[in-house]
Structures are given as C-alpha cells and as structure tokens.
Design a binder for this molecule. Sequence first.
Ligand SMILES: *[C@@H]1O[C@H](CO)[C@@H](O)[C@H](O)[C@H]1NC(C)=O
Ligand SMILES: *[C@@H]1O[C@H](CO)[C@@H](O)[C@H](O)[C@H]1NC(C)=O
Ligand SMILES: *[C@@H]1O[C@H](CO)[C@@H](O)[C@H](O)[C@H]1NC(C)=O
Ligand SMILES: *[C@@H]1O[C@H](CO)[C@@H](O)[C@H](O)[C@H]1NC(C)=O
Ligand SMILES: *[C@@H]1O[C@H](CO)[C@@H](O)[C@H](O)[C@H]1NC(C)=O
Ligand SMILES: *[C@@H]1O[C@H](CO)[C@@H](O)[C@H](O)[C@H]1NC(C)=O
Ligand SMILES: *[C@@H]1O[C@H](CO)[C@@H](O)[C@H](O)[C@H]1NC(C)=O
Ligand SMILES: *[C@@H]1O[C@H](CO)[C@@H](O)[C@H](O)[C@H]1NC(C)=O
Ligand SMILES: *[C@@H]1O[C@H](CO)[C@@H](O)[C@H](O)[C@H]1NC(C)=O
Ligand SMILES: *[C@@H]1O[C@H](CO)[C@@H](O)[C@H](O)[C@H]1NC(C)=O
Ligand SMILES: *[C@@H]1O[C@H](CO)[C@@H](O)[C@H](O)[C@H]1NC(C)=O
Ligand SMILES: *[C@@H]1O[C@H](CO)[C@@H](O)[C@H](O)[C@H]1NC(C)=O
Length: 819
Amino acid sequence: MKLTLFVASFGAAFLARKANAAFDYTSLVNLFIGTQGSVPGTSYNGGNVFPGAARPFGAVKVGIDTTVFNLTIDANAGYTPNGNVTAITMLHESGTGGAPKYGVIPQMPLTTLEGVNLLDNLTYMQPRTVNDTASVGYYKTSLANGIVAEMTASMHAGLMQYTYPSDSDGKYLLADLSHYLPTQDEAVAEQFYSNGHLETSDDGSMYGGYGTWRGGWNEAPDYTVYFCASFDTAPTSAQLFSGPFTDPYWPNGTIPGPNPHPIPTFVNGTSITGGTTGYQYADRIGALFEFPSNATTVRSKVGVSWISYDKACSFANEISDFDMNATIYATKAAWNDQVLSKIQIADTSNATRVEMFYSALYRAHLLPSDRTGENPYWQSDEPYYDDFYTLWDTFRCLNSFYLLVEPEVEEGIVRTLIDIWRHERFMPDGRSSNYNGRVQGGSNADNVLADAYIKNLTGGINWTDGYAAMKTDALITPPNNFDPEDQTGSTKEGRGALPDWLAYGFVTPNFSRSVSRTVEYSLNDFSLYQVALGEAQTPVEAAVFLDRSAGWQRIWNRNISSLNFTGFLAPTYANGSVAPGYDPLSCGSCEWSAVSYEALPGWEYSWTVPFDMVSLIDFMGGAATFEARLDTMFIPGLKTGAVGSGGSNGIGTTLFNPGNEPGFSTPFLYNYLGGRQWKSVQRSKEVVDQYYSTDPSGLPGNSDAGAIDSWLMWNLLGLYPVVTQPVYLLLRPWFSDVTLSVGGNGTLRITAEGLDEGVGSYFVQSVRVNGLEWNKGWVSHEDLVGTVDGRATLEFVLGTEQTAWDTGEVPPSPGHVVL
Ligand SMILES: *[C@@H]1O[C@H](CO)[C@@H](O)[C@H](O)[C@H]1NC(C)=O
Ligand SMILES: *[C@@H]1O[C@H](CO)[C@@H](O)[C@H](O)[C@H]1NC(C)=O
Ligand SMILES: *[C@@H]1O[C@H](CO)[C@@H](O)[C@H](O)[C@H]1NC(C)=O
Ligand SMILES: *[C@@H]1O[C@H](CO)[C@@H](O)[C@H](O)[C@H]1NC(C)=O
Ligand SMILES: *[C@@H]1O[C@H](CO)[C@@H](O)[C@H](O)[C@H]1NC(C)=O
Ligand SMILES: *[C@@H]1O[C@H](CO)[C@@H](O)[C@H](O)[C@H]1NC(C)=O
Ligand SMILES: *[C@@H]1O[C@H](CO)[C@@H](O)[C@H](O)[C@H]1NC(C)=O
Ligand SMILES: *[C@@H]1O[C@H](CO)[C@@H](O)[C@H](O)[C@H]1NC(C)=O
Ligand SMILES: *[C@@H]1O[C@H](CO)[C@@H](O)[C@H](O)[C@H]1NC(C)=O
Ligand SMILES: *[C@@H]1O[C@H](CO)[C@@H](O)[C@H](O)[C@H]1NC(C)=O
Ligand SMILES: *[C@@H]1O[C@H](CO)[C@@H](O)[C@H](O)[C@H]1NC(C)=O
Ligand SMILES: *[C@@H]1O[C@H](CO)[C@@H](O)[C@H](O)[C@H]1NC(C)=O
C-alpha cells in the first residue's frame, strides 16, 4: 500500500497524532449509506442498514429505535431518518426486509414525567433536533428534550452516555422491557413481548433480568435474552412497574374500555416478574430510575447473554470503568485488524469510490452475529453464528467473498450450518433467535457448502457430515409448518416442495413459487453433485444429482414468447401443461404464494443456472439471440409490473433489477459468449454509476445482511464469483492498484494501467494473470490463492476500445446435461 497517498488524502490528522500506528480505515466508513430510501427522509424502499455501534459480527448491535406511522414502512434496523426515538436497544439486524426482528433490551432517557405514560411510547417519544452522527463504534443522537445520547459497543455489551440538560425538570431513565420493533407491512410475522423478569440492586445502581419475545420475520417461538445493566451514578430512586399485556392485534394495539392504553402500576420491592414462568401473555414490566439533580452525565453499560444473567454480567465487564473512549477505540481497532485492513487500496485518487468500498466492506460484516458460546440449546466445540438473514441473499456472492478474503470466517459459518443440522436435522436458510426460518426458494445452505468444498476449504469442517446435511435437504421433506403466507409446504427449512421435485424432477404449481423453486432446487442439486464427486460412496449417487440439476430444463417451454423472444421457464403441471394466463413478465404478487419469488419468472429467473450455460445458450437460440436477450434485460422502460418487496429503490425500470438478489449475476453473463466481456464491463459500470453512491439512499435495495454490499465490492475489484464453482468472471477494476488478503496467508494484487473514467478508458485491452498473458474471461480460485509464493496478480490494461480480448475458452459449464 502506498501509505503516503492515504496520508495526503484522508488520514493526515489521524496519522499526525499517532505517527507509528497502523492506518485507521474506519475513517473511510460512512455508516449512513443505505439508511434512507427513495423518498427522502424515509426508509421507504431503502437499504435498512444498521448505523449504530457494533463489533465485526457483533453479538450486540447498539442503536436507536424510531417510530414509523406508515403502513408500508418498517424500521428493520431500528433507525429511520425521520422517526421519533422511542428507545436505545441492544439487538438489531442490518439490511433486512419484511417484518423486523429484535429491537430489545431498551433504555430511554427522559427529562420529565409530565404527560408521560411509561407504557405508551407515543407519550414520551422524542424527535431529534439535529441529524444523528455516527462513526465506526460510535453513535450520537440529540433529542428534543435536550438530552444527548451517545453509545458504543463491545462484542456482547453496550455502553451509553446520557448528557442531560442542566435545567431539566428531572433526570430519568426508563427501561420498558416490553419494547420491540413492530411491523406494519407483514402482520403475520409481527414480534410480541411474552414475558420478563427484572430486579434492581438495593441502591438501584444495577438492574438485570431477562425478557422473552417471539415472532419476527422468521416466525420464531419464544426466545429469551438475559441482561445485566449498571450505572456509573447511583440513582436517587429506582421504581419497578407493571401493566396489562397488550397485543398489537387485540384490538389495534390498545386495550378496550375507557383507557385505550395500559396504565403502569408501581410496585414496591426490588424484583418483578411479568407472569408465571413461561406464560406468554404476561404483564409488561419495566423500571424507572431517577438521577440526582446535580448529575449531568449518566453512563450505563448493559451486558447481554442468551445463556444466563451471570454471563450477561461477565459480558458487561468487557467494558471497564464506563470508559466510552476506550471502548470506541477498541471497537475501531477490531474493525481495522479483523476486517478493513484486509483490503488495501493504494489508488485513493477518487475519495468517493474509496468511501463506497470501505463502507460496503463494513456493512458486509454486521451479520451473521457471532454467538459462539451463546447457544442456549446445545453445547459443542463448534463455532456458532446466528442471524442468517438469509442465505438466499448471501449465497450468491457474500459467502464467496469471505471464502476468498477471510476463509476462517467462512469456515466458522460452514461449521455452524453443519452443527445446526447435527442438532436440529436441517441446516437453515434463514435463522434468527436460534430458530430456522424462513426459506424463500431452495435449500441454499447447499450452495454455501458446495462453494466451500470446491474451493478446498477444510480446517475443522467435517465434510462427511457436511455432505450428509446436504443430502438431508435433497432427500427428506420437512414437515409443513403451515406458514400463513404459504401453506403448500414447509417454509421453515429444507425444501418444502420436495415431493414434486422427487416425483417429477420439477416443482409444479401445486406448490407455490414453482418456477423460482425449480431453478433454485436445480442449483442446489448441482451443489450436491459437486460435493458428491468427492464424498459419495458411489459414482452413481453423483450422477443422480447431476441429472436432478437439470430440473430447470424440464419446465423450459420452447413455445412461449415474450418481447420477441421465444422459450421461457414456465409453471408446468405434471402432464406438461402450462398454468393458464402465464406471462414470463409477471410474478403477480411476487411473494410467498406467487409463481416466482420477488423476480420475474421467465425473464429474471432464466439467467440463474450458472452450472449449465451451454444448455441455456442453446435453449435461448444460440449465442446471438442469447446476447440480444441479455441486452433486453437492460433496456429502460420494459418493466411492466412490480416485483414485490424486491423492488429497486423505486427507481429501476429495466427487467434487470439491481436491487434484489436473483439478478445479481445477470450483468456479467456476456463473459460466457467469448469476445463480449466488454459488455459485462459496460453493464457493471452502468449499474454501479446509476444505483450506488455515498448518499444515505445510495443502495438500490435492502443491504440484505451485506449481500448487496458484497456485490458492489466485487464490481469495484473487477471480479465476480460463479458460486458453487471455483471460478471468477473477470470484469475490470475501478481502482488502479488494490491488494487483498486471500486464502488465509496470501495476497492478490489487482492493478489497472490506463484507468481513466473521465475519457471512457475502462475497457479491458489485455490482462495478465500471475504474469501470464490471458485470453479467458475468467480465472480459477487456484489462480488467485494457489500461486507458489502466495502472491497472485491480476494486471489489467484498460483503454477506450471495446476490445474482444477474451477469445479463449469460455467459463465452464460443469453441470451440462442433455436430457
Ligand atoms: C409505540 O407505540 C405504538 C402505538 O401504541 C405501537 O404501535 C408501537 O409498536 C410502539 N413501539 C414502537 C417501537 O414504535
Ligand atoms: C408511506 O410512505 C410512502 C413513502 O413515503 C408514501 O408513498 C405513502 O404514501 C405513505 N403512506 C401513507 C399511508 O402515509
Ligand atoms: C414525532 O413527534 C412529533 C412531535 O411530538 C410529532 O409531531 C410527529 O408526528 C412525530 N412523528 C413520528 C413519525 O412519530
Ligand atoms: C440532515 O440530513 C438530511 C438528509 O441527509 C440533509 O438533507 C440535511 O441537510 C441534514 N441536516 C443537517 C443540519 O445537516
Ligand atoms: C381496528 O382497526 C380497524 C381498521 O382501522 C377497524 O376497522 C376496527 O374496527 C378496529 N377494531 C377495534 C376493535 O377497534
Ligand atoms: C409501597 O410502599 C409504600 C411506602 O412505603 C406504601 O405506602 C405502599 O402501601 C406500598 N405498596 C404496596 C403495594 O405494598
Ligand atoms: C451531587 O450531590 C451529591 C450530594 O450532595 C454529592 O455527593 C455528589 O458528589 C454530587 N455530584 C456531583 C457530580 O457534583
Ligand atoms: C482515547 O483512547 C485511546 C486508547 O485508549 C487513547 O490513546 C486516547 O488518548 C484517548 N483519547 C482521549 C481523547 O481520551
Ligand atoms: C469518483 O467515483 C464516483 C463513484 O464511482 C463517480 O461517480 C465519480 O464520477 C468519480 N469522480 C471522478 C472525478 O472520476
Ligand atoms: C483443491 O485441491 C486439489 C487437490 O490438492 C487440487 O487438485 C485442486 O486444484 C484444488 N482446487 C482449488 C480450487 O484450489
Ligand atoms: C465426522 O463426523 C462423523 C460423525 O458424524 C464421525 O464419525 C467422523 O469421525 C467425523 N470425521 C472427522 C474427520 O472428524
Ligand atoms: C419486437 O419486434 C417488433 C417488430 O419488429 C418491434 O417493433 C419491437 O420493438 C420489438 N420489441 C422489442 C422489445 O425489442
């Protein structure tokens, strides 16, 4: 890395202070990218990114929760740009859609009790007076009541500092244990408070207990979280209160009678429980603390555990002496050491682009949550991650990113998935609060495992069990959980439409999402094939899965036309007939009960069979028609209908949807044609330029646990992984010099001579891979991590000409099957 350039551009002040320390990459991260949607001031259609304080894969994520009174908007990560603050809470997700999860273990600082009902956030919520500020490990919000709340986080604890106005009526802190993030747009996945317990020390300077909640997008049953909180200033009073149970549906979030809102009752003593242990409809409980009038700042640290109160207290000790600065500093150091320094961009000539990159790198490390040692259901020596939200989103290119840059992270994830199978019989697709759910398409843990297997990830992974876990997905139908949004088969785990898949080799419309599940099951079975080649007892087994991977061909209808192209995936009954009224351009409701999930069935899902591009090109009518059809994906104005909640920030009108995962690889498929790589480069440039920026609304869709952020990073690096194969398509770098850690102890340096966007000089003229002249539009994993000295190089020469340099072998189709 050319450190001097960094100093000049960004880090001068920092480095002047700390002359010998490593560079502080956290100064390049903008935490608000992806927090706002297409309507300024709201999160509507936005990235739902969590802007609060957290460690990499932090078990706690400390941030504000806000109100949103709009039936189409939820505060998925707690924060919305324009809502009022109702609490600061310890657990959040990042980038998710659908109904929110968590927003639990709250504190809310107040200056008065005048007009306040402690059980009604509408009576104490606070607008913010200036825009919040955030940097890695630090968040600050200024409330209308004059209180400034600052927060930071260690791995399992949060630290808050409340600065009260000197002239305030009182200095209060409310902990309403029944707080959680509600939903307004997906009622069946609403969260609920179930029960809780809270007690204070005699002097009130400590409080702790547990809360139990249920629901959220993954439709989880009760989960319990323990907490242990303390103050640096002893309160003058600590009062406990309780109030009647309120259910958002009973009726409309209020209780019947003259007082539509529950009224709290103060109780004496230092301990309170919501109801008989385990009872779901327990009383709401909470605590109200008052601090001395001469106190200006009050600090509080809160440890959180899924195991016990004692463990929560030991986690609180991760923060010593209520020291904000030291905690912020340690959290920044963790991000620098573990994540941000893994990629060193020597070309800092475009600061915007550098900020886009490091901010994306940051967002790609918020989920899953590392809860190793915090699994309440079984003990094992395996790592334990939770909050897979979801593999449907991340398998396409985020898990492959970890595999290349931080293989030890991906090893932990794969071991977690296998250990979940050991104890719960199925690997998850989505999982949160230690509960599998939900499955939007295929059993995509299969793809995650195959990608790791084919790239020789070993470490502590037991591949015998890994293959057995994948076979469970492929062979055993999970019991139907009768999801209110799709009762045709399980949405909890595994493959709900497996009975059709086994009977016909494709999914019929007797199961919902029949088109998208057929293509996803096809890739899943190609994944089985990849692992079976090494792990199956007999070669026959591998051959069976290879044949099954051609399921998508079985619903390819050669007679259906759309926009002048013929031959599309179609919802097909067992007798071969197509569902009446089918339009390849429409997914109807596009969600759980639709013909395809959040993407156009014929147009978008057709491009998602990377293992057999030879057949796909053939089915579409050969290379020229394939190319024309691919071009059509990018013509503005062709989109005639919405694609459910997969919408692209409300701004895209092309059939290609930049905001949702099914289309992630589409712009790069020109590489399969030979001589057309320049078109992939052009698409990459158009999409990144049009949809990504450093603005709060600078993402085209939900971040989805870092999925979309990894997509952006691959583009900027000039590579795109072909998941389940040890293959990367070549694009072109957006920096002239960048070095990545790869494979654990190697490096990959990517250089671009002649890069000059201003004059249109970004097309590949030639490329050298590890010093060798190259004429293929792809490289293998081994090319990047397998060099003798561990130092791989990709040397691009860029220019203005749309050069057909990629005349060599096209990327492989290792799952090519002729039926
Ligand atoms: C705040 O109160 C409203 C109205 O009672 C309720 O719908 C919501 O769930 C509460 N909590 C939050 C975090 O908005
Ligand atoms: C909700 O917000 C969206 C985006 O701002 C807006 O289009 C819609 O009209 C709002 N709906 C209501 C009921 O306010
Ligand atoms: C926020 O609070 C202000 C002042 O109390 C109120 O006017 C506004 O409607 C509230 N907005 C939301 C979204 O809660
Ligand atoms: C607050 O943020 C909004 C949205 O990004 C921006 O338009 C506004 O100028 C900011 N206000 C201040 C005082 O910085
Ligand atoms: C709940 O809200 C709905 C829609 O506003 C209304 O039709 C219904 O009467 C309400 N129910 C009660 C019990 O207030
Ligand atoms: C709580 O304590 C107060 C003051 O000591 C007393 O007046 C009140 O009766 C007590 N309430 C209960 C429910 O015990
Ligand atoms: C506030 O007053 C109390 C009681 O007089 C005293 O013990 C304490 O030191 C004071 N605290 C501050 C921050 O001045
Ligand atoms: C913040 O903490 C770091 C690390 O403990 C220390 O080096 C630095 O001097 C502190 N800065 C301030 C302003 O206290
Ligand atoms: C810097 O990068 C951004 C993001 O890619 C781009 O929009 C902008 O045009 C670039 N600036 C220059 C001067 O090239
Ligand atoms: C994996 O290891 C095998 C055996 O050492 C080797 O042949 C193969 O090329 C490796 N694959 C990759 C992608 O590194
Ligand atoms: C993998 O796990 C199986 C049991 O599930 C065990 O029999 C086998 O010894 C393990 N393999 C290794 C290499 O640990
Ligand atoms: C389809 O073909 C017709 C007739 O040649 C042409 O007018 C139309 O623009 C074509 N549509 C598309 C999407 O290319």
